[in-house]
Design a protein around this ligand. Structure first.
Ligand code: ATP
Length: 520
């Protein structure tokens, strides 16, 4: 039995990412650019699979959610109305000696070794002063903390002055609010319905850290789900979702330093832990999607924002948190934004963003539940979750440490590796035929370099669920060996049946043992 090693997991995952072309720091040849990352060939497939899985689940499979794709640079008035110009800021502290700049809450957290999520800015400021926190680099004194706006500024047009200043969007959500009326009319939807968007967002984070967990350019996957206020507690899908098992840490639990508890979405709503049915429903959906692409339920919990932590637009926010090696942290946020955004945009644009509600025969501004996901954070989390090292005896009898990414087949970057046992005797030609047959339907990799064991190891490292080997028997019997990444078991499958078998295995409708004759 392979023994599991758990140490320095984050460093190992990052080094795997760099080595195997998953994700790496941007512009490394110039010494890299903090907070910016590039995806390599394997990573881009993984990213696209995560986005595709999300889009399928939250847009294409639903009748009540439609998509859109807004501009990255948008009218600056959007950000004034949304409150980002005035309030989208973190607390910054600067060293009076070396001029090093730090995010106050992060510094406090790392120096005191405590969780600061939920602390109000005034408390963070006071704690910084009371604990006499100094510059971690040069021990110089720190100037009082001040707000630092996180939006990247740019200029549009030939003039470079205040009149032409614009911002790179710090979230995708506001584009949806600004286009709410247009999309609603074009899609002939009425609330309750949602608008979804996947795309880049930019935040000039003071201290980007933990690899892509906090970077300056990232992608978001967001749904703004519009609900008439009278229906907030009447979700038409709740019956099906209410049994979903969840772990919750309420604001009250945090005050008492109590741990999270296990419950269901239905119970959490009945006991008024979660404010409305639609909110409880979307939280359950988020957890269910993450579990469906490979995150273990015990590594996910829902943490309620404390009163002082709530954003200016939110009446209730829950984070879907993941148990990272550095503690529980936000993976995804689900806020109840009320009617704040549509009302603000109405006010600033002078356009009526209400709709006519047929049932109450009234003009209404819908309320919004917003599940907001970060792509890079999801990708990194899935990699951390899937990463495993095992000790195995090599052919020479010596113990070797092997890396396996146990990625869910739906998001695995490469679905199958195709190998000839040897390059000679027509095996390579036959393997190429198999590869050509499969590659139209699946992302496959052809590999004839090194021993088959080495080729398996290369595929395991990037999470390829299945490997197909063409051997001498294949020439006679027209079949191949298919090897399962997780069990290392092998079955023999006729080449003609291979596309269907692979498709069923990847889709989870066929157990590996039933995929073909077992190879001893
Ligand atoms: P945090 O508290 O971690 O800064 P946030 O509360 O500011 O996050 P939201 O504004 O709720 O984040 O953004 C929604 C999602 O976008 C987050 O749950 C996260 O997955 C992602 N996200 C936000 N900021 C970043 C970032 N700097 N780098 C990577 N992903 C991010």
């Amino acid at each position: 039995m392979a023994a599991e090693i758990k140490s320095d997991k984050v460093d190992k995952v990052i080094s795997l990412c760099v080595r195997r072309g998953i994700l790496f720091p941007n512009s490394e040849i110039y010494g890299s650019f903090a907070g910016f990352f590039d995806y390599g060939p394997v990573g881009v497939e993984l990213k696209r699979n995560v986005e595709a899985s999300w889009w399928k689940r939250f847009v294409q499979e639903r009748e009540d959610v439609v998509g859109m794709d807004g501009a990255i640079i948008t009218h600056p008035a959007v950000w004034k109305a949304s409150g980002h110009v005035d309030a989208f800021a973190d607390l910054l502290v600067e060293c009076t000696k070396c001029k090093g700049r730090y995010r106050a809450d992060h510094l406090l957290e790392s120096v005191l070794g405590v969780q600061v999520d939920g602390l109000p800015p005034e408390k963070i400021k006071a704690d910084m002063e009371e604990k006499k926190i100094v510059c971690p680099k040069c021990k110089g004194s720190l100037a009082p903390a001040r707000a630092f706006n996180l939006m990247f500024k740019t200029f549009v047009g030939a003039a470079e002055d205040e009149s032409s200043q614009a911002f790179l969007r710090p979230e995708t959500a506001q584009l949806i609010f600004a286009d709410f009326k247009a999309v609603m009319l074009a899609s002939r939807k009425v609330p309750p319905f949602g608008i979804a968007q996947v795309g880049k967002s930019f935040r000039n984070e003071i201290s980007p850290r933990n690899f892509v967990f906090r970077c300056r350019e990232f992608s978001q996957m967001e749904v703004e789900y519009f609900v008439p206020p009278r229906l907030l507690d009447s979700c038409r899908y709740f019956e099906a979702a209410k049994g979903k098992k969840i772990q919750v840490l309420t604001a009250a639990d945090q005050e008492k330093n109590a741990p999270q508890s296990k419950t269901t979405a239905g119970d959490a709503r009945d006991k008024k832990i979660i404010g409305t049915q639609w909110h409880a429903y979307w939280l359950a959906e988020c957890v269910d999607w993450f579990e469906g692409i490979g995150i273990a339920p015990e590594n996910l919990r829902l943490r309620q924002h404390t009163k002082s932590e709530l954003s200016h637009y939110s009446s209730e926010t829950w984070d879907v948190e993941y148990l990272y090696p550095w503690g529980w942290k936000e993976l995804t946020g689900v806020a109840n934004r009320g009617d704040f955004d549509l009302k603000q945009h109405s006010k600033f644009s002078g356009k009526d963003l209400s709709y006519f509600d047929q049932e109450t025969k009234q003009k209404l501004v819908p309320h919004v539940i917003e599940p907001s996901f970060g792509v890079e954070r999801a990708v990194f989390t899935l990699l951390l979750e899937a990463f495993e090292e095992k000790k195995e005896k090599g052919t020479d009898g010596k113990e070797e440490v092997k890396t396996v990414l146990r990625l869910h087949p739906a998001i695995a970057p490469v679905k199958a590796g195709v190998f000839p046992l040897m390059k000679k005797d027509g095996l390579a030609e036959k393997a190429r035929e198999v590869f050509e047959m499969l590659r139209g339907d699946f992302v496959c990799e052809y590999d004839e370099g090194g021993s088959v064991g080495k080729r398996y190891a290369r595929m395991d490292e990037i999470g390829t669920p299945y490997c197909v080997t063409v051997d001498y028997d294949s020439l006679e019997k027209n079949d191949v060996t298919v090897r399962d990444r997780d069990s290392a078991k092998q079955v023999r499958v006729p080449i003609a049946k291979l596309p269907n078998v692979l498709s069923a295995l990847l889709g989870g409708t066929l157990a590996f043992e039933k995929a073909g004759a077992a190879v001893k």
